[in-house]
Write a protein that binds this ligand. Structure first.
Ligand SMILES: C[S@@+](CC[C@H](N)C(=O)[O-])C[C@H]1O[C@@H](n2cnc3c(N)ncnc32)[C@H](O)[C@@H]1O
Length: 259
């Protein structure tokens, strides 16, 4: 446990950890991993739902605004499609307990939001909080976003993708789980409307450079534009960002616009 951890209330200790602080990247190893991610689905968290649908954890019955790939009825898929296409759409990948997206959805009742959180306990908590607050403009999924977004989200339909404080996945054997990879960035670009924004925030040293290298190599994205931050001036913080603020840990913010 770090000294920062010791300052946290007991119930939060262990919930937020700082990793090694510096990202080690081997370009050759990464290239191999990306190929396996794209072609074989390597590193999908919870497995590929197309081959092995999740069944262990209960899910709210339809028509609840909850989506699990491969298990939704055709009516539910249609319901989701209507939700995704009937208002300006924003998607968060790796929403954790939903602290940001719930408050953001409350601030923007005229927009629709979809939050992905692969850890079922957190996804369920987020869903229950949203229901308690009577939010009707937020859907939740506990699938790996890398499977569902390419298959379910229509092209050129998303205004903003939020990827806030993604796991760095330090260990070499876990690198395939990193969300930022060229093949997936290409898909995000395709799903964004022209002018749409990919917003990435991180407290991991070395990660902003890693993200910029990958996203800026995708021809559909313009280079990082700090001026776009103004659009998110009132954005609520995530749980991890609150922790960073309280502990003086800097958060790097990146904004890429689809050309
Ligand atoms: C470090 S946490 C940050 C959570 C939250 N955004 C915050 O700042 O407090 C990253 C979260 O992303 C989730 N995650 C990682 N890869 C994912 C994926 N491919 N699809 C959906 N969720 C993912 C993890 O389960 C984890 O809860």
């Amino acid at each position: 446990m770090t000294s920062n951890q010791e300052q946290l209330p007991r119930k939060h200790r262990g919930a937020i950890r700082r990793g090694r602080g510096k990202l080690d990247l081997d370009p050759r190893e990464l290239a191999e991993i990306w190929l396996k991610q794209e072609q074989q689905g390597k590193g999908l968290i919870g497995g590929d739902p197309n081959r092995r649908p999740r069944w262990k954890h209960p899910q709210p019955p339809e028509p609840a605004p909850w989506y699990r790939h491969g298990l939704a009825s055709p009516e539910h898929q249609q319901r989701l499609h209507e939700f995704l296409t009937s208002a300006p759409l924003e998607i968060e990948i790796g929403a954790g307990d939903g602290r940001f997206i719930i408050a953001w959805a409350e601030q923007h009742p005229d927009r629709h939001f979809w939050a992905f959180e692969v850890r079922w306990k957190y996804a369920r908590r987020m869903y229950e909080r949203a229901q308690k607050r009577g939010l009707t403009n937020l859907w939740v999924s506990d699938n790996d976003a890398r499977v569902v977004i390419p298959e379910v989200v229509p092209d050129e339909s998303v205004e903003v993708f939020h990827i806030l404080m993604p796991d760095p996945w330090w260990k070499p054997k876990h690198q395939a789980r990193r969300i930022i990879a060229p093949w997936f960035v290409k898909i995000l670009a395709r799903k964004l409307k022209p002018g749409g924004i990919l917003r990435v925030e991180t407290d991991v040293e070395g990660y902003p450079e890693f993200v910029r290298t990958i996203v800026e190599a995708e021809p559909l994205f313009a280079p990082h534009n700090p001026a776009l931050e103004a659009r998110f001036a009132n954005a609520p913080l995530t749980t991890r960002q609150i922790w960073c603020k309280e502990h003086g840990v800097p958060v790097y913010r990146l904004f890429f616009q689809r050309q």
